[in-house]
Design a protein around this ligand. Structure first.
Ligand SMILES: [Zn+2]
Length: 70
């Protein structure tokens, strides 16, 4: 399984790789929030505040859209 995280506002790809739940098992990346923390919780492209409610998370074969209207 692979996972992609996009900015919910401008669709910039913020993360692409092994599904984070599996990486959690491997202790590589603790959570999606840690990934967002790499960007200081701000989209480098559009300045959108990044949180689990303002990004879109897509996992291969199963789509989960987490979007928030702001
Ligand atoms: Zn953005």
């Amino acid at each position: 399984m692979t996972e992609k995280i996009y900015c919910g506002k401008c669709n910039m790809m913020l993360y692409f790789g092994e599904e984070i739940k599996r990486r959690l098992y491997m202790r590589a990346i603790p959570s999606e929030e840690t990934v967002l923390g790499y960007y200081k919780n701000v989209c480098p492209k559009c300045g959108n505040s990044l949180s689990l409610n303002t990004v879109k998370i897509e996992t291969k074969g199963r789509k989960t859209w987490l979007t928030a209207q702001k």
